[in-house]
Design a protein around this ligand. Structure first.
Ligand SMILES: [Zn+2]
Length: 82
């Protein structure tokens, strides 16, 4: 289950329904894409943020450099870490 994709799918289906009387086939295509997004969101799960293999390391939130987990400040870009 991927809730944000489910929401996008529903929005796309609704816009497809609105476009159907105006644009015909185009609205139908949009609605179909919405249905596909909706179905895909039930099967798919949200993408998990990338984590380093080494559990004592993590990526800097700003420059994506691999830094020590306990590091308060990134040694590369000096950005404060959460
Ligand atoms: Zn950094």
């Amino acid at each position: 289950m991927w809730p944000s994709l489910t929401a996008y799918g529903i929005v796309t289906i609704i816009s497809g329904i609105f476009l159907l009387p105006i644009t015909g086939t185009f609205g139908m295509a949009i609605g179909l894409i919405g249905v596909i997004m909706f179905l895909a969101s039930i099967i798919a799960s949200p993408p998990t943020p990338e984590q380093p293999d080494d559990k004592s390391k993590r990526y800097c939130a700003y420059c994506i450099a691999e830094i020590d987990r306990n590091e308060k400040k990134c040694p590369f870009c000096e950005t404060e870490q959460e």
